[in-house]
Design a protein. Structure first.
Length: 112
């Protein structure tokens, strides 16, 4: 017994489905929804709900827009922080961005 969600309908009327991800407990579904809500590309809020068909829990959109403040709150709850090296945010680094070396370390002064 699987639950499916409609992903697209072809011009000829053929419908395409994908299986929903089932969670055994409400807590697991809530954590997965918070992780999805903390992503930058998520625009609408995801919530967990109990399925009437399979009696398991799924996550789905509730139609409300997700603000940056809410995303920051979910990141803080899940201890998700951007990877930062010095003052350079590595999550927003452009692929063609070049780092400039401004110093060096004298390895002879390090005691083993």
């Amino acid at each position: 017994m699987t639950c499916d969600t409609l992903i697209r309908t072809d011009p000829d009327g053929k419908k395409h489905y994908k299986p929903k991800v089932p969670f055994n407990t409400l807590d697991e579904a809530i954590v997965a929804a918070k992780k999805a809500n903390s992503r930058e590309q998520t625009l609408t809020k995801l919530v967990s709900y109990k399925c009437n068909y399979c009696q398991k829990y799924h996550i789905g959109r509730n139609g409300k827009d997700l603000t940056d403040k809410e995303k920051a709150k979910y990141r803080k709850e899940l201890n998700i922080a951007p990877k930062i090296l010095g003052k350079i945010n590595l999550d927003t680094l452009e692929p063609d961005y070049k780092l400039k070396v401004v110093g060096w370390v004298d390895l002879s002064k390090i005691k083993y």
